[in-house]
Design a protein around this ligand. Structure first.
Ligand SMILES: [Zn+2]
Length: 72
């Protein structure tokens, strides 16, 4: 009986990794369109809530649910 007692887990909606639930946060995905010669930078925060693991939160722009400013 190799039952582990590592606690609840959660699956990252971005990469599918299974992580301890405490390491997975509810975020809004953020799309950043870089500025070009004819357009200003555009930051679009998606309404839909996803759950992301720490590596995805380190790698991709997102906004934590309940906060005002995106983390790019
Ligand atoms: Zn992930």
């Amino acid at each position: 009986m190799a039952t582990s007692s590592s606690g609840p887990t959660a699956t990252c909606d971005s990469c599918g990794r299974v992580e301890p639930a405490a390491d997975v946060e509810a975020v809004h995905r953020v799309y950043v369109t870089p500025a070009a010669w004819d357009v200003e930078e555009r930051i679009e925060v998606v309404d839909e809530v996803e759950r992301w693991c720490f590596p995805c939160r380190s790698s991709y722009p997102h906004q934590l649910v309940g906060t005002e400013a995106p983390e790019l």
